[in-house]
Structure formats: C-alpha cells, structure tokens
Design a protein around this ligand. Structure first.
Ligand SMILES: [Zn+2]
Length: 420
C-alpha cells in the first residue's frame, strides 16, 4: 500500500487544546505474547475534519503504550498523542517522512527513535480531541481513532447550507446585489441514507473456498454490486462499496472508509465456511467483545485472519461512544436483514436454514460509527450451497434481502438519527 490512500481535506484551524480521553491501562497498552522481529514499517491515516483513523504497522506483535502530552509553547509543540513501541526497528522512510494531515483535527503523524529501546509515534493535534487506541493482529498494527469535539454534522444538512450551483447567474452578478437577499432559496435536499457495502476479502485474500473452488471474495463482490444497483434504482440512497474490484483492503481501512464518508449503514458481506461439510444457512452478526460459543468465535477468527487464541484476549474497545449508541440499531438491522435474506432465498430454494442473529468480535466492525452488521449468507463449504452460490438468481435473492432490510432501516431510521 502507498500513501496515495491518504485522504486530506481542507484545513479549519482552531485553537489546539487537548482534551484527550483518559484511557484505562488495559486499553492503552499491550504486551506481546510471542517475540518476533517487529519493525515500524507503515503509517496510514484516513481522515475528515471530525474523524481520523491512524494505523501503525509493526508486522510482529510489540509491547506498546499510548499517552498524551500537553502543548509545549516554549518549543512550539502542539498537544500530542504518542505511542511508545518497545523493541522495534523503524524503517528509514518513516523516520524522514511524516504523514501530513493538516485537516483542523490533526497536523501530522511522525515517528522517531525516542531511546535505544523505544520507537515513539507522535500524533500532533490541532484542536480538542478524544481518542481510542487498540491493536489488531496478523499483521500486528496499532489503531488510533481520533474524534474532533462537537456534534457530527448530518450530511443532508450540510448539503442544504452549501451555495447552490443551480442559482441563476443574474442573481449572483455584482449589479444586482439586493436581489440576492430575496432570491428564492432552493428547497433543502431530502436526506439520503448513506449505505456502505463491504464485500469481504479480495485480491490476495480469497476468503473461504468451496469444495469445487468457488471463492468467497468473488461471490460477495457479485452480491455487493447487485445490492448497489438495486438501491441505486430506488434512488433514495447514496451507496458506496469499500471495493468494487478484486483488490485487497485491510479490515481497519474498510471501517475507516465508512466513518470518513459518515455512512449511516455499514453492511459487510461474507459467505460462511465450516469443517462440518453439512453446516448450512444464513446468519448475521453484530460486534461484541466475545462470542457465546466456539463456533461463532471461529467465524470471527477466520474473517479476521487470526487464530482463535488471538481473539480470546482482544483489547479493543467495544462499548465506546459510537458503537454503544448504535448497538441496538445494529441488532435490529441484523435481525431484519437476516430474516429478509432467509425469506427471499427460502421462497425459491428448499431447506434453507435461518441461523439467526449472532454476536462476535469482528475486526471490520470495531470503531464503526454507524449501524454496522456482518452477514454470512450461506456456507461455501457446503456442496449444495456452493452450487447455489454459482447461480446469479440465488445471489439476487440474497441481494434482495439486503436491499429490503436497508430500505426498512431507511424508512424507520429517521427517529434513531434524530435521537443521536
Ligand atoms: Zn469472509
């Protein structure tokens, strides 16, 4: 990956006052269970003026600690969040090339050797912020989510306050300034629910593979495109996909894309697999710290690309501000979505199992600031379901279920949005 993925928006400079969330030590530090040869090799940032996610890659697991520093006026330094990483090397180009952001929320992300044994990553802030830090495995990376203070603007309201490009030129001409005051205002654009569709896996990551070689990454991409087309035809939704080609995108980047765009709904599309070749059916998940049984934990581990053992000690924050507020909505959407897919598919195909609503620690849902679900809409490891997944008519049924649930959310989610 290159730094071309960094998204930088116009700066809105304001006084830099640090008001960082004080983290409990359980979330602010990590100690490796297995030593390796970690090297600080990549820093990425995804950002808009109220949100930034920074990902710091070290490859192997490291011992780390995050904290904050107040502004140092004498040295001309802004308030900072820093992460001290013990026993890691640092790539030369990281040393010499800070990641510039300058978006009114943070200035830059830089790294250097703090002491013989410690590499320090410093996030220079531009204004009051809260932050959360957690680590993901395989490859090991430390994720920092930074929130600007203040209410998150509603995209529809933002559009209504922008100058209308459709205004007649005469009204904007210098000869008739008074008319501008009385120019009819265009009606505010109706709010369009923003839907981020996330076809899982891609590129080097095939996802699960069926007995005759069908790949999960290809199936979910097809279903994702179907969902996008169907929602576009309805016209009341803005739809984006985290990927619409066969490309690899890290899990934390998918969430960051949805947050940066301020999506209302995030639907991650997957196909299940099991060592039990008879396992079949549809299930939909929301994020939780653990799982109620080994099977669900195995599903999350496989989707996260880590061994089950690594999930038992997850350090990430589940009940943070955004996830907490959205948890009930996510549970409702997950149930609606699962039932809708089951109904659409079983109206045409026999013996479809409804495995229902479940919860597990999926990396791709951590830190999502919107209603977020992950659907496992069949078992590719089951010969009959793999065969069905090769049939576009079957995938259409799954896509119809997703669309029906998203429409239900769109029609009933206004109340929830006005509460937030
Ligand atoms: Zn998957």
């Amino acid at each position: 990956m290159t730094f071309s993925r960094r998204h930088v928006v116009a700066a809105l400079l304001s006084a830099a006052v640090l008001c960082a969330t004080v983290l409990s030590s359980a979330f602010a530090a990590g100690v490796p269970k297995t030593p390796g040869s970690p090297v600080l090799s990549e820093i990425h940032a995804w950002t808009n003026e109220i949100y930034t996610r920074v990902a710091v890659y070290t490859g192997d697991e490291v011992s780390w600690q995050a904290d904050t520093l107040p502004a140092d006026l004498k040295r001309g330094l802004p308030p900072r969040i820093f992460i001290d990483i013990r026993g890691a090397g640092i790539k030369n180009d990281i040393l010499h090339n800070p990641v510039d952001v300058h978006n009114g929320l943070l200035r830059q992300v830089r790294a250097g050797r703090f002491s013989r044994d410690v590499v320090r990553v410093v996030i220079d802030l531009e204004r009051a912020s809260t932050y959360r830090v957690f680590a993901l495995d395989d490859p090991f990376r430390i994720i920092v989510d930074i929130d600007g203070e203040g209410k998150i603007p509603v995209p529809g309201a933002e559009a209504a306050t922008q100058a209308s490009p459709a205004s007649p030129p005469a009204l904007a001409s210098p000869e008739a300034p008074s008319q501008v005051l009385f120019a009819p205002q265009p009606p505010p654009k109706p709010y369009r629910v923003r839907v981020m569709i996330d076809p899982g896996h891609g590129g080097k990551d095939s996802g699960a593979v069926g007995p005759t070689g069908l790949k999960e990454k290809d199936v979910v991409l097809s279903i994702g495109r179907m969902v996008r087309e169907k929602l576009a035809r309805i016209g009341e939704y803005e739809v984006r996909m985290t990927r619409d080609t066969d490309v690899f995108i890290p899990l934390e980047e998918r969430t960051a894309m949805a947050n940066k765009w301020q999506a209302d709904v995030f639907v991650s599309l997957h196909i299940n697999a099991s060592r039990n070749r008879h396992a079949e059916g549809v299930s939909t998940y929301v994020l939780s710290r653990g799982a109620s049984n080994r099977e669900d934990l195995e599903v999350a581990a496989r989707e996260n690309g880590v061994p089950v053992a690594k999930l038992s000690g997850v350090k990430f924050i589940i009940d943070d501000l955004f996830t907490g507020n959205r948890k009930n909505e996510s549970l409702r959407l997950a149930k609606t979505l699962n039932d809708a897919i089951f109904r659409k598919v079983s109206s045409r195909y026999r013996n479809v199992q409804n495995l229902g609503l479940k919860q597990a620690p999926f990396y791709v849902l951590v830190g999502a600031r919107m209603t977020a679900v992950l659907v496992e809409s069949s078992f590719i490891s089951n010969a009959r379901e793999e065969e069905r997944l090769r049939d576009p008519a079957y995938m259409e049924r799954i896509a119809d279920g997703v669309v029906e649930a998203v429409r239900y959310y769109g029609q009933n989610g206004a109340l929830a949005r006005s509460d937030s």
